[in-house]
Design a protein around this ligand. Sequence first.
Ligand code: ES4
Ligand code: ZN
Length: 326
Amino acid sequence: IDLDSFITGLPKAELHLHIEGSLEPELMFELARRNGIEIPYASVEEVRAAYAFSNLQDFLDIYYAGADVLRTQQDFRDLAAAYFDRVAADGVVHAEIMFDPQTHTDRGIPFADVIEGLLSGMAGAEARHGITSKLILSFLRHLSEEAAFETLEMAEPWLDRIAAVGLDSSEVGHPPVKFAQVFEAARAKGLKITAHAGEEGPPEYVYQALDLLHVDRIDHGNRSLEDPVLVDRLADMGMTLTVCPLSNLKLCVVGDLADHPIDRMLALGLRATVNSDDPAYFGGYIGDNFRAVAEARGLDIEEIVTLARNSFTGSFLSSEAIAAHL
Ligand code: ES4
Ligand code: ZN
C-alpha cells in the first residue's frame, strides 16, 4: 500500500474548516444562477485564476465577496452537503466546522436560515456517510466586541447545537483582548473556546488567547514557534494546534511547503493536527493537506498516524467518543 492510499484510508477528524471556505466555484455559479445574482467572473476557470493571495487580507476580501451568493437555507444546506460528500472520500469520520454568522446577518440573511441550513447538511452527512459533526460559531475580529455580543445573543435558541465559539478574520490589529468579555460570556454558557492566533499575529496574541480567552484549542498557532517559553507551555498543557499547511502556503505564512514546521511542532511535543481551513480557496481538502505536507516534509507513517490521532484527542467529542476513535 502506498503512502497516499494509507493517508486516505486513515480515519481522521477535521477541526479547522470554515464552511464558507468550502464554496467551490462550480457551486458559486449554480447559487448565483439560482438566486439571480451577477458575479464578477465569466467562468469557473476565471474564478480559480483570481485565487492568488499574498497575505490573509487579500484572501479575506475575495472570500467575503464569494459568500454573497449564499442567500437561502437551502444554499447553506447544499454548501455543507457538498463539503461532507467531498471529505467522506478523504477518510473524515468527524468534522468540527466553523461558520461566520456576521458575514450573512450583516447582509440581511436571517441567522435562523444560516444555522438551520448548516444543521440540515450536517444531519444529512451523518445519514449518508456516518460522519459526525459539530458546529463552531466564529466571531469576526475586524468587527466590534459589541457586534460579537449581538451575534451570541442571536444564537441563544440554538446553543444546544453549537459546540464552541471561535475568532477569525483579520488578525493583526485585532488581538484576543478585544474580545475577552464576549468569550467569558460564551464560556459561562458552557461553550468551548477556540481562536485563530499566531497565523499572522505575534506570539503575544497566542498568550492572550490562553490567558484572556481561556481557549480549548488554538487555530493555526504557527508563530508560537518564535517563543520557546510559549512552546513549552503549549506542549505541557496538551494544547491542540489546528494547523493548515496549504493555507499557510497560499497565504504566505510559509514561503515553501518544504519549510513547513509541522514535523518540528510534533518533535517539540506540540499536539499538532492537519486541516484544510478554506479548501475551495487554498487548493485542497484535508487529504490533500496530509499528502502535500507528508511529501514536502518526508513525514513517516508514525508522524502521519500521530497527526490523525491528535485530531481526535483535540476534538470536542466526549472522552468516551474520543477513546472509541483511538
Ligand atoms: C480564515 Cl485562513 C483564515 N484566517 C482567518 N480568518 C479566516 N476566515 C476564513 N479563513
Ligand atoms: Zn481559519
